[in-house]
Design a binder for this molecule. Structure first.
Ligand code: NAP
Ligand code: MG
Length: 452
C-alpha cells in the first residue's frame, strides 16, 4: 500500500502518515456504497432527516477538534477553521430539512393522474480540493445523502484529515455503514475510478479547470452526471461614488482570505480612474495591516500557503519586470509563507490578469466608466464571483446584471451561504450547489402517468 505524509504548512512538520487506497480498494468501497444505497433510499424520510440532524450535532460537538485538525493540516486560521466546521454542521442541518420536503408535482392531464418523483441517483462520488476541505465536502455529501444517495468522498491528498474525521462522526451518529465513505487516495487513482466505475452515477468535482475538463470528458463516456466547481479570476469593481475608505479597508480580505487560496478570491481590483491614486493610498495601509502568521493564534488573519510547490508556483507569477506596488508582511522561519502582494499590470494580457494565481496576489487596474468596468470584468474565461462598490443602487443592479459570474456581492465581499445557490459561469463551472434546489442536483425527475 502507498502512504503519504501529511505536513503542517505553517511548521513543515509531519502531522501523520496515512495509507492511500488503490484501485481495487476503491472498487470494493464503491460496491459497498452501491449495496448501502439500496437500503438508504428506503429509509423513511423522517428517519433519514433525524440521522442527518444527529450527524450535524456530532459535528457541532466536535467542532473545536475539527477546527484544530484543519489548522494543523491546512494552515487555516483558527477563526476560519471554526467557521468551516460550523458550516458543515449548518449544511447538514439544512440537508436534514430535505427528505420531508422533496416534493414532486401533480400535473393536470386527461384520462388519469400524472405525478413526478425525485429519485436518488444511487452512488455519488465527491472529489474535494485542498483549499476548503470541510465546506466543499459537505456541500456535496449533505444534499446527496439527504436525497437518498450513498456517497464516496475523495479528499485532496494534501488535506485528508478532517474528511476522515467526518466519516467517523457519520458512523457514530448512526448513518448506516457504507452510506458515507471517505476514501483517501490519489486523484489519478481514486478520483479517476469515480469517473470510470459504472456504479458511480454522478461526480461532484471541485478543483482546477484543467482537471475539471478531464473529469467532464471522462464522464461523457457513460453520460454520467457531473457538477463542476472550478477556478476563478473575480473582479472587485470600485466606482468613484463608493465609500472608498470601506472599499479599500475590506479589499484585502476579499482576496487574501485563506492566503488567496479561494476560488472566489477577488484577485482583480478594478478602480475608476478618477479615484485610482486615492484608492491605492488607502489600500496600502490596509494590506500592510493584514496580520500574517501562526494560524493557531486567534489574532491571525492569514496563514501560509498549502505546500512548498504551491508557493513556488505563486512566486513564479512575479517576474523581475512585474510592477509591485507594495506588499504586506510574512513571518520568518519554517512554513510556506508568502506575503500579501499588490501588483500593477501594464497590459490586459498579463498573466496576473488572466490566470488564477491561487495565492495572496492581487492586480489593480483602472477603468473609465460603467461600460468599461463591465467589459474588463468579463474579459476572462472565468465567471465565479465578484464585488461591486457603489452608492448608486441603479448602477449596482445594472453592473450586477452585466457581470458574467454566478455569485456577486454589492458593497461587501459576501462569502457563500448554504441556503443560496453557488456556482460558476463560463469555465468556472457547471451546475449549482447549495441553495433551495440543492437536492435536485442529486436526483432524477421521474414522471408517472396513471390511467384512471
Ligand atoms: P486539482 O488539482 O484539480 O485537484 C482537485 C481534486 O481533484 C483533488 O482531490 C485531486 O486529487 C483530484 N484529482 C486530480 N487529478 C484527478 C484526476 N485525473 N481524476 C480525478 N480526480 C483528480 O485542484 P487543486 O489544486 O487541489 O485545487 C485548486 C483549484 O480548485 C483552483 O483552481 C480553485 O479555483 C479550484 N476551486 C474551485 C472552487 C469552486 O467552488 N469553484 C472551490 C475551491 C477550489 P489529489 O489531491 O490527489 O491531486
Ligand atoms: Mg492539483
Amino acid at each position: 500500500m502507498t502512504t503519504t505524509q501529511v505536513v503542517n504548512p505553517a511548521t513543515e512538520q509531519v502531522v501523520t502518515t496515512l495509507e492511500l487506497l488503490g484501485a481495487a480498494e476503491t472498487d470494493a468501497a464503491i460496491e459497498r456504497a452501491q449495496r448501502a444505497a439500496a437500503g438508504w433510499r428506503e429509509v423513511a424520510p423522517g428517519d433519514r432527516a433525524r440521522l442527518l440532524r444527529r450527524f450535524a450535532e456530532a459535528v457541532d460537538a466536535n467542532l473545536e477538534q475539527l477546527a484544530r485538525l484543519e489548522v494543523a493540516n491546512a494552515g487555516h486560521t483558527i477563526g476560519n477553521a471554526r467557521w468551516e466546521a460550523g458550516n458543515v454542521r449548518d449544511v447538514l442541518h439544512f440537508a436534514a430539512g430535505i427528505p420531508e420536503r422533496l416534493l414532486g408535482n401533480q400535473i393536470p392531464v386527461a384520462g388519469g393522474v400524472d405525478i413526478t418523483f425525485h429519485e436518488p441517483l444511487g452512488v455519488v462520488g465527491v472529489i474535494v480540493p485542498w483549499n476548503f476541505p470541510m465546506p466543499i465536502a459537505a456541500w456535496g455529501f449533505g444534499p446527496a445523502l439527504a436525497a437518498g444517495n450513498a456517497v464516496v468522498l475523495k479528499p485532496a491528498e494534501l488535506t485528508p484529515l478532517t474528511a476522515i474525521r467526518l466519516g467517523e462522526l457519520a458512523l457514530e451518529a448512526g448513518v448506516p455503514e457504507g452510506v458515507f465513505q471517505v476514501l483517501p487516495g490519489k486523484g489519478s487513482v481514486v478520483g479517476q475510478r469515480f469517473v470510470t466505475h459504472p456504479a458511480v452515477r454522478k461526480v461532484v468535482f471541485t478543483g482546477s479547470t484543467e482537471v475539471g475538463k478531464q473529469i467532464m470528458a471522462g464522464c461523457a463516456r457513460q453520460v454520467k452526471r457531473v457538477t463542476l466547481e472550478l477556478g476563478g479570476k473575480s473582479a472587485n469593481i470600485v466606482f468613484a461614488d463608493a465609500d472608498l475608505e470601506r472599499a479599500a479597508a475590506t479589499a484585502p480580505y476579499g482576496v487574501f482570505d485563506n492566503a488567496g487560496q479561494d476560488c472566489c478570491a477577488r484577485s482583480r481590483i478594478l478602480v475608476q480612474r478618477s479615484v485610482f491614486d486615492r484608492f491605492l493610498e488607502l489600500l496600502e495601509p490596509a494590506v500592510r495591516g493584514v496580520r500574517v502568521g501562526d494560524p493557531a493564534d486567534e489574532a491571525t488573519e492569514m496563514g501560509p500557503l498549502i505546500s512548498a510547490s504551491h508557493r513556488a508556483r505563486v512566486a513564479s507569477f512575479i517576474e523581475p519586470s512585474t510592477k509591485v506596488a507594495f506588499t504586506g508582511t510574512q513571518p520568518d522561519g519554517p512554513g510556506f509563507w508568502y506575503p500579501p502582494t499588490v501588483v500593477l499590470p501594464d497590459a490586459p494580457s498579463d498573466r496576473l490578469l488572466t490566470e488564477e494565481v491561487f495565492g495572496p496576489v492581487v492586480a489593480v487596474v483602472a477603468f473609465e466608466d460603467e461600460a468599461d468596468a463591465v467589459r474588463i470584468a468579463n474579459d476572462t474565461e472565468y465567471g465565479l464571483s465578484g464585488s461591486i462598490w457603489t452608492n448608486d443602487v441603479g448602477r449596482a443592479l445594472r453592473v450586477s446584471r452585466g457581470v458574467e459570474a454566478g455569485n456577486l456581492s454589492v458593497n461587501s465581499h459576501s462569502s457563500v451561504r448554504y441556503w443560496t445557490p453557488f456556482g460558476g459561469f463560463k469555465q468556472s463551472g457547471l451546475g449549482r450547489e447549495l441553495g433551495p434546489d440543492a437536492a435536485l442536483a442529486f436526483t432524477e425527475t421521474k414522471n408517472v402517468f396513471i390511467a384512471t
